[in-house]
Design a binder for this molecule. Sequence first.
Ligand code: GTP
Length: 234
Amino acid sequence: MGPSSEDSINVDAVNLIANEIKEIRELGVDVAIVIGGGNIFRGVKIAAKGINRTTADYMGMLATVMNSLALQDAIEKIGVPTRVQSAIAINEISEPFIGRKAARHLEKGRVVIFAAGTGNPFFTTDTAAVLRAVEISAGAVLKATKVDGIYDKDPMQHQDAVKFPLISFEEAIIRKLKVMDSTAITMCMDNNLPIIVFDLFERGNIKRVVQGELMGTLVTSEQNINLIKGGTVK
Ligand code: GTP
């Protein structure tokens, strides 16, 4: 969710994302979402200022619950049923995370929003997304973010940064690329789960990615990359 001047929930951004999610639901695609909390609370940043890291991470997880509820509200307002499942017991507000139940919700055409990360400190939202993706046997992890792919160096700081259209899991780990942490990428590698990193804020991007358009950066196995380069996989 994009940063706003008040550094909290940007309702316009939430509505935009909700509409894009509706569009892909209408294509018949099962959608499960893991959302971060950085717009409200960035645990690592606060920890650096002296709050205990574990505490700061739990606070960050609570921030993701708020974002999840905001997104649930926006998606349901436009007629798409959703369920929020939280990794931290918060039963008055959302159902608990139960993988099998999440799978049933998806079968019934509901968008499932996973809140509170993995429920553990020291794990990022990316790792939570990959963990949930593996648990529900997702076909891919789509990382919609504020950069339009993975670069060899920070494109905000270096004008000559080069974007990778394709990169293998191994290379992404070796290069210690900032856009996704190594725990998340390693888990994708172990489960052969591709990741697509792309720009969240360009209208229609989520739909284009879901329809198979190669954009942003695809992180996948060496074997897949060779197949794509050989033109076998589109
Ligand atoms: P099916 O009956 O399997 O189709 O799924 P369902 O989600 O409609 O059934 P369920 O009876 O589990 O849930 C009904 C409503 O209560 C849904 O909106 C759920 O999200 C919500 N719900 C279920 N469990 C909990 C919970 O532990 N806490 C909260 N706050 N809501 C819950």
